[in-house]
Design a protein around this ligand. Structure first.
Ligand code: ASP
Length: 363
């Protein structure tokens, strides 16, 4: 895990470092980079079987290929972010789109957002049901409406006007997520909801799988931050939220500044217990640290890694929150920071090695 202590942070010379970053960006205007997460949580070796681990690594690898191909070929960061997240929304391994967690009423209520760093344009949808790709709906809000965030039925009406694809509730269904919700609802003393119409017959789940899900049950959100060859940074996040959520609960993922943020210098996507990320304005706060360093504030960290660590290992941890972030700078520098045992994550870029990692003790 790339963690910097406060002592190391204090020893950094802020402006010199960021000047270096700017210089690198100027030297290589063709630079591209991508960083991806698939959620953070209690993800540990002893609770993960080899097959499940291989499936997650393969999914992260495929996501890197998809995004890298677009960016290396000169494509736009907005397309890389949308396309990678669409693929992850269709993958039942992740808590986004297909594979999303269930509310206490047995529904899937999906949240997503996207932001473009050079223009500060943003779009988001919250609490939508039936839209196959919430990230595409978020992009449509950004590009084709006068608004930034649409919720529930209104967001769905807009998505229909935009000709976006709709699916039946059973499309999102996975036995693992359903069982995880049943367990949580039982613990809360609430009545068990009926299985959605069209859901498959109940199937046996290996105890190990359930155990893993139980421990990481709130997680599995997906997020991507990309830098394209023109120097634009885009960040996006998509999620089903938290298991057995109630009363139209919305987390940080669709909240610009909390779960997603991008400006000309920096982009962030977050994952973790949204109630903490909203109150700490985590994503924008990290970019603000980077921006202040760029303006010459000597007590500010110059690198996105340091800014991420400062906020996640500092403010988030101090408040008792759990989760993490992925971050990308305009110089193509990628970083992640999390305070959970693991985070599904991957990064790549021009002149950078590919990294795919899950556990906290990996790079
Ligand atoms: N941040 C998401 C939420 O609170 C959940 C997650 O990232 O796992 O809705």
């Amino acid at each position: 895990m790339r963690i910097f202590t406060a002592a190391i942070l204090a020893g950094l010379t802020a402006s010199a470092g960021f000047a270096q970053d700017s210089e690198n960006a100027a030297q290589d205007e063709n630079r591209w980079a991508i960083v991806i997460h698939g959620g953070a949580g209690v993800i540990e070796r002893d609770s993960m079987d080899a097959e499940t681990e291989a499936a997650y690594r393969a999914a992260l690898d495929a996501a890197l290929d998809r995004g890298g191909d677009i960016l290396a070929g000169g494509g736009a960061a907005i397309d890389a972010v949308e396309q990678v997240i669409r693929a992850m929304e269709d993958d039942p391994l992740f808590n986004a789109g297909r594979g999303a967690v269930f509310t206490a009423e047995g529904r899937n209520e999906l949240d997503a957002s996207i932001m473009t760093g050079d223009t500060l344009e943003a779009g988001a949808v919250a609490g939508v049901t039936g839209i196959r790709h919430p990230i595409t709906a978020a992009r449509a809000v950004m590009e084709n409406s006068r608004h930034v965030m649409l919720t529930g039925e209104g967001a769905e009406a807009f998505a229909r006007e935009q000709d976006l694809e709709f699916v039946a509730p059973a499309f999102y269904f996975t036995e693992r997520r359903w069982r995880s919700m049943e367990r949580a609802v039982g613990e809360m003393g609430l009545p068990l909801p009926d299985r959605p119409e069209g859901a498959p017959e109940p199937e046996d789940i290996e105890e190990g799988h359930l155990d893993l899900l139980e421990r990481e049950h709130r997680f599995g959100t997906v997020g991507v931050v990309a830098l394209d060859r023109s120097g634009t940074i885009v960040a996006g996040t998509s999620t089903g939220g938290t298991t057995a959520k109630r009363w139209g609960r919305v987390g940080d993922s669709p909240v610009i500044g909390a779960g997603t943020y991008a400006n000309a210098l920096c982009g962030v996507s977050a994952t973790g217990t949204g109630e903490y990320f909203i109150r700490l304005n985590i994503a924008a706060r990290i970019c603000l640290e980077v921006e202040m360093a760029d303006r010459g504030a000597e007590d500010r960290p110059y690198a996105v890694q340091d800014a991420a660590d400062l906020v996640i290992q500092g403010a988030l941890t101090d408040l008792g929150g759990d989760g993490g972030v992925i971050v990308l700078s305009r110089g193509g520098e990628t970083a992640w920071s999390f305070n959970t045992p693991g985070m599904y994550r991957a990064s790549w870029g021009s002149g950078q090695d590919r990294i795919v990692a899950i556990y906290g003790d990996e790079e």
